[in-house]
Ligand binder design. Structure first.
Ligand SMILES: *Cc1c(COP(=O)(O)O)cnc(C)c1O
Length: 421
């Protein structure tokens, strides 16, 4: 459920007409709903009620500080994957003890930054990384709390580019080697083992892969405890999928996911961490764009928008589907026609949808891409020297620009010309 609905023939973001925002900030832009963010965060939080837990929002899905602040105020922790994300989370007021640091290639510099600034736990992904973290912690005279990310060799049944839990993926250490690696960790004086970490992929639409992974984590918890490790925290990753269209089967609900966690791991008495990203912010954001031209091709018609692949890369990168709706509500029973919906970038991959059935839309009309909140703005670039587009946050009847559109001047000034030119 989200808060982007038609009212009086117009698309609203909560209590604000989307067309009014477009008038004020220009197109294209991302627009987020506070009410939807709040609702989705709470669904996870409530799904784990009765169990000691922390929901660490995976901020790589959408990392604007206004979004982080909104979630942190509800009690969210953060899952970060870079020094930049760590700095952003801290700038948004998230305390270090609510930040977990994930990622396969943390540098010594990033480790130092987090150890000095405060960190809840590092999810380490390899033995060389473990050795590096141990060395950095000893240098600083502190101990680094760690969980080892295990790769459970489970098929997440999702798009290959976002599956992370099979043995051929680069993530984590093979679960079969966990005892050995935990023994090594325990022997390193700069590290303190606090738990186990697992994350098998993104946009999972079934619970079964989670069940398989979590059963393996439960078993491993027993084994490691018998080996003398104080496993008190289980980080279960993110990955629960969202419905990208209204027509297909809905993915499992956070309540069902929470129940699965309690069923598979509840008896262990561990504190639970989860790292949802997409489900928190995906349906809390839309991308609003204007039609520049309607062009008739051979056997197909193109709708050329002012948004492009550099603003929303998911269709080009993951063959992702986004529902596209006119901001002006179509008349009931309006006849639909097929369009190839494209952007102005000089790549054939700059195609949002092929043969998409749409009600009548023409030049100058506004359209909205639904479910664009996650892996949207954060993956955008300035390819073709197209400025990063603004982000807007709506709260009831108010809206605010939370990231400005840079001017051409600001973009051009970032280049520096060597003196010999
Ligand atoms: C990307 C990622 C997540 C979030 O995944 P979603 O599918 O957005 O919920 C959580 N944990 C880790 C380690 C990740 O890499």
């Amino acid at each position: 459920m989200d808060h982007f609905l038609y009212r009086n023939g117009q698309l609203f973001a909560e209590d604000v007409p989307v067309a009014e925002i477009a008038e004020a900030v220009g197109t294209p832009f991302y627009c987020y709903s506070t009410a939807t963010l709040t609702r989705h965060f709470r669904l996870f939080d409530e799904a784990l009620e009765g169990t000691e837990h922390l929901v660490c929002y995976a901020m790589k899905a959408a990392s604007n500080q206004a979004i982080l602040k909104t979630l942190a105020a509800l009690g969210a922790g953060m899952d970060v994957v870079s020094g930049g994300e760590y700095a952003r989370a801290r700038a948004a007021g998230v305390p270090g003890e609510r930040i977990v640091f994930s990622g396969v290639g943390k540098t010594r510099e990033e480790m130092r930054q987090a150890l000095e600034g405060g960190i809840r736990q590092f999810n380490v992904e390899s033995e060389p990384e473990m050795a590096a973290l141990n060395a950095v912690a000893l240098e600083l005279g502190v101990t680094a709390p760690i969980a080892v990310r295990v790769n459970p060799d489970v098929d997440a049944k999702t798009h290959a580019k976002i599956a992370t839990g099979k043995s051929e993926n680069k993530f984590g250490i093979p679960i079969a080697r966990a005892r050995e690696v935990y023994a090594e960790a325990a022997a390193m004086p700069g590290l303190e083992v606090v738990g186990i970490d697992v994350h098998i992929g993104s946009q999972l639409t079934e619970l079964e892969p989670f069940r398989l992974a979590y059963e393996k984590v439960a078993e491993l918890t027993g084994v490691l405890r018998r080996d003398g490790h104080d496993i008190r925290r289980l980080d279960l990753g993110g990955g629960l999928g969202i419905p990208y269209t209204r027509s297909n089967d809905a993915p499992p609900l956070p309540t069902e996911y929470g129940q699965l966690i309690k069923d598979t791991l509840g008896h262990l008495g561990c504190e639970i961490e989860i790292e949802p990203g997409r489900l928190v912010v995906g349906n809390a954001g839309i991308l609003v764009s204007r039609v520049i031209y309607r062009k008739s091709g051979e056997g197909r018609d193109f709708l050329i928008l002012d948004a492009a692949m550099n603003d929303l890369i998911r269709p080009a990168m993951y063959d992702a589907h986004h529902d596209i709706v006119p901001v002006q509500e179509p008349a009931p029973g309006a006849e639909q026609a097929p369009y190839d919906v494209v952007g102005p970038v000089c790549e054939s991959g700059d195609t949002f949808a092929r043969g998409r059935m749409l009600p009548p839309v023409g030049e100058g009309d506004l359209v909205a891409f639904r479910s664009a909140g996650a892996y949207g703005a954060v993956m955008s670039s300035e390819y073709n020297t197209r400025p990063l587009i603004p982000e807007v946050l709506v709260h009831e009847h108010q809206f605010a620009v939370i990231r400005q559109r840079p001017t051409f001047d600001e973009i051009i000034k970032r280049d520096t010309i060597p003196e010999w030119l």
